[in-house]
Design a protein around this ligand. Structure first.
Ligand code: HBZ
Length: 832
C-alpha cells in the first residue's frame, strides 16, 4: 500500500513484484481468483455486485505495480509536487476510467465475454462517488486526471464523505432529497490506512510561555479527532503513472474514548465516537451560499490539518529542512474552503517548530495559491470571529496578526485612507466581526486566479479591486478545462472512433490536434458519419432514460439541453419561459405548429435543499413538463425531459447526445462553466450569453457557429445602476406577458394560482438576474437556432467545427497554464 512508510520498504525491497499477465487468459485467471478468494463466491453464484467488485479489484491490481513505482521514483527524485486541496472531488465512476488508463479495455471485455459476463452490466453496478456539488468538485477531478496523464507529481487532498451529494427524487414534481449511501455495497477503489491516522485538535485556549527568553504561544486544545487517510489511485492515461488522491475520514481518538470509559460511562463514549465521525459524515449540498455552520468549519480544518501533517511528516523525508518547502510543494487552494491551511501552517512553523514570525511568513507566501470560483458576493466565505475563535483560538490570533501587519503595509502605501484600510481588512466588523477568507487567501498566497478570462478580469476590477491594485503581480487567469479522457474518449466512443480514424489517436492527450478535423467539416461523408454518431448517441440516451427514469424521449427531435445546478443566476427560468411561450403561442394559434422545430427540452438540476426559490423552479419545470407532455396539441413538437438526480454518470450519456447547449447565465455571474466546454467538444452548438468561458468558446469556434444573445456585463452594470424595472419589460412585451400570465393563471398547477405565484412575483418585482431584460433577445436567438437547424448540413458543419476548435478546453492545457503561471512544477521525465 502506498503510504510513505511502506514505500520506504518497497525502496529497500529488491524482490521484483510480479507483473501481471496482460492477456485474456491472464486476466481471466486473476478475475476468477478475486471472485473466489476476494469475494468468497463461485462464478455460478456470484451476484452482479460480486462480479463488479472482483473486476474492480483485478483492474486495480494491474495499476498497483505502477502506483508503487510512481511513489518510489517520486521519493527518489524529491521533485516538486502539487498538493491540490479541495473540499470536493466529484470523481464519477472509476471502473471505465481505470480500464482506459491501464489499456485493459479489450482484454477485459473479451475475458468477461468468455465467462458469459457483459462488461456494460458491471459498469452499471458502480455507484459513482458524488463527493462534490458541481463544477468546482468536478474541476478538481479533471485536474488530477490531467496531472497524472502529464506526469506531474500531485496529491489530491480532500474529505471522504460517508454521504456525498444527495440523491434527488421528484415527488409530485417537487425535489425530495435522499441520502447518498455510496459506500453501502463496498468501495473497491479505496485503500484505508488507519495506521497512518493523524490527530486533529479543536477548541480549548491558548497560553504564552517563556521559551529560553523568547515569549511563545501554545495552543491547549479542548478535544481532538483522528483523521484516517483513504488512498485512491489516479491513473494517467496509458503512461504508467498513478498519482494519489488522499481523502480523510474522521474517527474518535482512542484517548478520547478511554478517558470517558475510565469514567465509566459507556453510552457517553459511544456518543463521543458519533460526534467525531460526524465531521466527515456528509457533504454540504450548498454550492453558493455558505451557511457559516460550525460543522462545516470543522470539516475544513479537519481535512486541511490532516493534509498538512501528512505532507510534512510523511511525504517529506524525516530530516527535511522546511525552509526549503517552496522547492517541494505548492498548496493550491480550491476556493476558500481550505484557506484555514494558511494559519495552520503558520501555527506549525511558529508554535511547533519555533520559527520567528517573519521567516514563517516568508515561506507561507511561497507555498499557497488561491483559485476563486465565483463572482457572487453572497458566495464569498466569511467566518464569524466568535465561532472561529471558539473552534480554533490560536488560528484566530494568527489571522489577527497577519491582518495587522498587512494593514500596516496598506496604511504606509495609502496614508490617510482609512476607508480603504477598512475595505481591505481581512476582518470585517459588520454585521458581526468576521474573517473574510478570500482576503486572507489573497494576502497570503503567491497567486490568485480566476477560472476564465472574463472572470479573472472582473475579479481584479471589481470583487478584489483594492487587492489587485495593491498586489498586481499576484493576479492571473487560468481558464478551466475538462478531461478529454472521460468526457470524449469514454463518454463518446462513436465520436472518438471517428476522430481517431481521421487524425489518429494523439488527440486524447493533445487536444489541440482536433484542429486537424477542420477541413473535414466540408467533407459530406464525414458529416454523414458525424450525424450518424449523434443519432446513435441519442438512441443510447433514449434507452438510458427509459430504464432509469421511465422517460420516453423522441430521438428524432432537436435535443436542447440545460444541465447544471439550479440557481437563479444560471437562469433556468429563461429557458422555461421560452418553452412556455412556444406552447402558449401554438395553443393560442399565434404560431403555426408546422413551423415549430420539434424539440426536446432537457433539464438536469439539483437545488440546494434550503434554497426555496430554486426548489420552486424545479417544481415549475416539472409542472410545465407534465402539462406539455400530455397535451396532444403539441405532441411530437414540444416536450420536456427532466430526469431526476443529474450526476456525472448521466452527464456522460446526455452530453454526447445533445444538439444544443444552453449556457444562458446573466453576463458577469458565471465564473466559467465547464459543462459548456463538454458540450462543444461533443458537437453541440451553444446558445449563450457573453459570460464566463462562453466568451472564449465563441472566440475560438467563431460567431457563425455560436448563438450569442443578451446583455453584456457592462450593459448589465448600466441597467442595474439606472434602476432595473422588470415590469416595464412585462408591460411592453406581449409575448413575455402572455407566457408569464399563463403560468400565473394556474394552467400548470391544476388551476391553482398560488402554487407558482412566488416565481412569477419574483420575476416581476425583483428579477435579480435580469431574465425579463434578456427574454426577447433570447427568443430571437432561439429563432436563429431553428433556422440554422433546418439546414442539416450547415448545422453539422458548425458542429464539426465546434469540436475541431475546442481543443483549448482540455484540462491538460489548464494544467500547463497553472504550471507555467503559478506552480512551476515540471513534469517528471518518464525516462529519467
Ligand atoms: O466552479 C463553479 C462555478 O460556478 C463555475 O462557473 C465554474 O466553472 C466552476 C469551476 O471553476 N463553482 C462551484 O461549483 N461552486 C461550488 O460548487 C461551491 C461549493 C461549496 C461552496 C461554494 C461553492 O461552499
Amino acid at each position: 500500500p502506498p503510504d510513505v512508510a511502506s514505500v520506504r520498504k518497497v525502496t529497500q525491497n529488491t524482490e521484483p513484484i510480479a507483473i501481471r499477465e496482460r492477456t485474456v487468459d491472464g486476466f481471466t485467471r486473476e478475475f476468477l481468483r478475486e471472485l473466489n478468494f476476494g469475494q468468497g463466491v463461485d462464478l455460478s453464484r456470484a451476484s452482479v455486485n460480486d462480479q463488479y467488485l472482483a473486476l474492480a479489484r483485478t483492474v486495480r491490481h494491474y495499476l498497483m505495480v505502477r502506483w508503487l513505482e510512481t511513489l518510489r521514483r517520486q521519493y527518489e527524485l524529491q521533485a516538486k509536487s502539487v498538493a491540490y486541496l479541495s473540499a470536493e472531488f466529484l470523481l464519477g465512476r472509476q471502473l471505465d476510467n481505470a480500464l482506459l488508463a491501464s489499456g485493459l479495455q479489450d482484454v477485459v471485455e473479451e475475458g468477461l465475454g468468455n465467462l458469459g459476463i457483459d462488461l456494460a452490466t458491471l459498469r452499471d453496478a458502480e455507484v459513482e462517488p458524488g463527493l462534490g456539488n458541481g463544477g468546482l468538485g468536478r474541476l478538481a477531478a479533471c485536474f488530477v486526471d490531467s496531472l497524472a496523464t502529464m506526469n506531474v507529481p500531485c496529491i489530491g487532498y480532500g474529505i471522504r464523505y460517508e454521504y456525498g451529494i444527495f440523491r434527488q427524487t421528484f415527488v409530485d414534481g417537487w425535489q425530495v432529497e435522499k441520502p447518498d449511501n455510496w459506500l453501502a455495497l463496498g468501495s473497491p477503489w479505496e485503500f484505508p490506512h488507519p495506521e497512518a491516522a493523524v490527530t486533529v485538535s479543536f477548541g480549548g485556549h491558548t497560553e504564552t510561555y517563556d521559551d529560553e527568553g523568547t515569549e511563545r504561544t501554545r495552543w491547549v486544545p479542548g478535544w481532538s479527532v483522528l483523521g484516517v487517510p483513504y488512498n485512491y489511485m489516479v491513473p494517467g492515461f496509458e503512461n504508467g503513472r498513478v498519482n494519489t488522491l488522499r481523502l480523510w475520514s474522521a474517527q474518535a481518538t482512542r484517548a478520547f474514548d478511554l478517558e470517558i470509559f475510565n469514567a465509566g460511562d459507556y453510552a457517553e463514549a459511544v456518543r463521543a465516537q458519533t460526534f467525531a465521525e460526524n465531521i466527515s459524515k456528509v457533504l454540504y449540498p450548498e454550492d453558493s451560499t455558505p451557511q457559516g455552520k460550525e460543522l462545516r468549519l470543522q470539516q475544513q480544518y479537519f481535512f486541511v490539518a490532516c493534509s498538512l501533517a501528512n505532507f510534512l511528516e510523511e511525504v517529506l523525508p524525516e530530516d527535511f529542512d522546511l525552509r526549503r518547502l517552496p522547492e517541494r510543494i505548492i498548496f493550491q487552494l480550491n476556493d476558500t474552503h481550505p484557506v484555514i491551511a494558511i494559519p495552520e501552517l503558520m501555527r506549525i512553523l511558529v508554535d511547533e517548530r519555533k520559527w520567528n514570525w517573519d521567516d514563517a511568513w516568508a515561506v507561507i507566501q511561497k507555498v499557497f495559491a488561491y483559485t476563486c470560483h465565483t463572482l457572487l458576493p453572497e458566495a464569498l466565505e466569511v467566518w464569524s470571529a466568535d465561532l472561529l475563535g471558539r473552534l480554533l483560538p490560536r488560528h484566530l490570533e494568527i489571522i489577527y496578526r497577519i491582518n495587522e501587519e498587512f494593514l500596516d503595509g496598506v496604511r504606509e502605501r495609502y496614508p490617510d485612507d482609512e476607508l480603504r484600510v477598512r475595505r481591505m481588512s481581512i476582518i470585517a466588523e459588520h454585521p458581526e466581526r468576521s474573517v473574510r477568507m478570500a482576503f486572507l487567501a489573497t494576502v497570503a498566497g503567491t497567486k490568485v486566479n480566476g477560472v476564465a478570462a472574463l472572470h479573472s478580469q472582473l475579479l481584479a476590477d471589481k470583487v478584489l479591486h483594492d487587492f489587485s491594485e495593491y498586489f498586481p503581480e499576484k493576479f492571473t487567469n487560468v481558464t478551466n478545462g475538462i478531461t478529454p479522457r472521460r468526457f470524449v474518449r469514454l463518454a463518446n466512443p462513436g465520436l472518438s472512433g471517428l476522430i481517431t480514424g481521421a487524425i489518429g489517436d494523439g488527440w486524447v492527450t493533445d487536444l489541440e490536434r482536433l484542429k486537424e478535423l477542420e477541413p473535414l467539416a466540408d467533407d459530406a461523408e464525414f458529416r454523414r458519419l458525424f450525424r450518424e454518431i449523434k443519432t446513435n448517441n441519442k438512441h443510447r440516451l433514449v434507452d438510458v432514460l427509459r430504464e432509469r427514469d421511465g422517460i420516453e424521449l423522441d430521438p428524432d427531435t432537436m435535443l436542447d439541453v440545460m444541465v447544471k445546478r439550479l440557481h437563479e443566476y444560471k437562469r433556468q427560468t429563461l429557458k422555461l419561459l421560452h418553452v412556455v411561450s412556444l406552447y402558449e403561442r401554438i395553443t393560442s394559434g399565434v404560431l403555426d405548429i408546422d413551423k415549430v422545430t420539434p424539440r426536446t427540452f432537457a433539464f438536469g438540476a439539483k437545488a440546494a435543499p434550503g434554497y426555496r426559490m430554486a426548489k420552486q423552479i424545479i417544481g415549475l419545470i416539472n409542472a410545465v413538463g407534465r402539462t406539455i407532455n400530455e397535451d396532444p396539441a403539441v405532441k411530437g413538437r414540444l416536450s420536456i425531459a427532466f430526469p431526476a438526480n443529474y450526476n456525472v454518470t448521466l452527464a456522460e450519456t446526455l452530453i454526447p447526445a445533445a444538439d444544443l447547449s444552453e449556457q444562458i447565465s446573466l453576463a458577469g455571474k458565471e465564473a466559467s462553466g465547464t459543462g459548456n466546454m463538454k458540450f462543444a467538444l461533443n458537437g453541440a452548438l451553444t446558445i449563450g450569453t457573453d459570460d464566463g468561458a462562453n466568451v472564449e468558446i465563441r472566440q475560438l469556434v467563431g460567431d457563425d457557429h455560436f448563438f450569442l444573445f443578451g446583455l453584456t456585463e457592462p450593459e448589465v452594470a448600466d441597467v442595474v445602476d439606472a434602476g432595473y424595472h422588470p415590469t416595464s419589460y412585462y408591460e411592453s412585451n406581449k409575448t413575455l406577458r402572455h407566457a408569464l400570465d399563463l403560468i400565473a393563471s394556474g394552467k400548470f398547477s391544476g388551476g391553482d394560482r398560488h402554487v407558482f405565484e412566488p416565481v412569477v412575483a419574483n420575476l416581476l418585482q425583483e428579477d435579480r438576474f435580469l431574465v425579463l431584460a434578456d427574454f426577447q433577445a433570447y427568443l430571437d436567438a432561439q429563432d436563429r437556432v431553428d433556422a440554422a437547424y433546418a439546414d442539416t448540413d450547415a448545422w453539422t458543419r458548425s458542429a464539426v467545427l465546434n469540436v475541431a476548435r475546442s481543443g483549448f478546453f482540455s484540462s491538460d492545457r489548464s494544467m500547463r497554464d497553472y504550471i507555467d503561471r503559478i506552480w512551476h512544477t515540471p513534469p517528471i521525465d518518464p525516462n529519467a
